[in-house]
Design a protein around this ligand. Structure first.
Ligand code: HEM
Length: 358
């Protein structure tokens, strides 16, 4: 937790309020529509190039690793206006899961922003923090900015990469869901067969939003494989939970999204089935659940600030992967959880990949 410093995850009180208020602007619908969509269109292009290389060479691909690079690149580009080009470096960003590397990276991001002459208008998260002043009227320190960066990298990279990876894994076991997503992508993005080169430009904010079934499949993935499987809070006051449990002030309250997502008492007798349809209204629209029932993004004032951004990013990447490729888990590769703060697949998701349309 020390690595997170004074960033938003560790912060409470005034420091948290300042960071939450500052960040909230960058996650508004307007910002997502104007800024993030263009970034994801570009990053999806790089992702496809990387996957295509494996498809053409016939080499085994660790999809989780590639997606970690994609989400890292995306968060640095959207949030801090920095392109890392991790996806195109010769050996890939192989240490994407090493947290200490992220710490060094955060230092570099901040340094680069100070060294590179930029047009100083607050157009991304880091610019906004860089123009702010503390209680004494001084600009925020480098160390503080580094903590901001590292917290957002930490929040936005493994979580979304994990969810896309687990969904692709679920699709390898649920072909009918994959077919339905493909059909929806082709209709909504107005793509015929083998029109992959037009896909990125079709990923407009409005169209990606209309991918209801894909959103349902991602939600279903996060229900069964929540990126933050367990969370905890300290009670600031005594309280009584809805089931009558007494909580005294200062108690540590732990809950597991993983267990809640699989409980029949919450989701019904088919709780263990991967069934995206449970997220659809009768007219096919996406039906959101209460954040206290579906706790993958937490609920209340500390709820995930990047949820809409994450869905935009995950849907854009998943649409491109599913439209262009077929994936098969390498025979004999055992898919199991890695016990960590987030819940990646241990040893990655090793897949054989082939082009869908040739
Ligand atoms: C599938 C993707 C994601 C999931 C499942 C997820 C889940 C969560 C959860 C459970 C929390 C609460 C953690 C806690 O307080 O203990 C959280 C907080 C947060 N998330 Fe996400 N997240 C995702 C993507 C993102 C993205 C892409 C960003 C943007 C960079 C982001 C930014 C944040 C921030 C800044 C907080 C701290 C909010 C606060 O303390 O006020 N998240 N997220």
């Amino acid at each position: 937790m020390e690595l997170l410093g004074s960033g938003i995850f560790n912060a409470d009180g005034d420091n948290w309020t300042l960071q939450r208020k500052t960040a909230v602007h960058e996650f508004s619908v307007k910002k997502l529509r104007e800024h993030a969509t263009a970034v994801f269109q570009e990053q999806v292009g790089a992702l496809v190039r990387q996957v295509d290389h494996a498809a053409m060479q016939g080499t085994v691909l660790d999809l989780q690793d590639v997606l970690m690079s994609f989400t890292l690149e995306s968060i640095c580009h959207v949030g801090f206006g920095v392109r890392l080009v991790a996806l195109t470096s010769p050996d890939g960003y192989t240490e994407a899961s090493d947290f200490a590397k992220a710490f060094n990276l955060a230092n570099q991001v901040v340094a680069e922003r100070f060294l590179t002459p930029v047009v100083w208008k607050p157009q991304d998260l880091l610019s906004r923090f860089m123009t702010m002043r503390d209680g004494n009227g001084a600009l925020l320190s480098d160390a503080y900015l580094r903590d901001v960066v590292i917290n957002f990298i930490n929040a936005g990279r493994d979580t979304s990469a994990g969810a896309i990876t687990w969904m692709i894994y679920e699709l390898t076991r649920n072909c009918h869901v994959e077919e339905r997503i493909l059909e929806e992508v082709m209709v909504v993005l107005e793509l015929g067969q083998g029109e992959g080169e037009r896909l990125a430009e079709q990923l407009s904010f409005g169209k990606v939003r209309k991918l209801n079934y894909l959103q349902a499949a991602l939600s279903e993935t996060l229900r069964l494989h929540p990126s933050v499987p367990q969370d905890r809070k300290t009670a600031v006051d005594s309280d009584v939970l809805p089931d009558g449990t007494q909580i005294s002030r200062g108690s540590l309250v732990v809950w597991t999204a993983y267990t809640m997502g699989r409980q029949e008492s919450i989701w019904g007798p088919d709780a263990l089935e991967f069934r995206p349809e449970r997220w659809l209204a009768p007219n096919g629209d996406y039906k959101a659940e209460s954040s206290y029932k579906f706790t993958a993004f937490q609920g209340g004032p500390r709820m995930c600030i990047g949820k809409d951004l994450a869905f935009l990013e995950m849907k854009a990447a998943a649409a491109a992967l599913i439209y262009n490729y077929r994936f098969e888990v390498v025979p004999g590769h055992h898919v199991k959880y890695e016990i960590a703060l987030t819940m990646p697949i241990k040893h990655g998701l090793l897949v054989n990949v082939s082009r869908r349309w040739s």
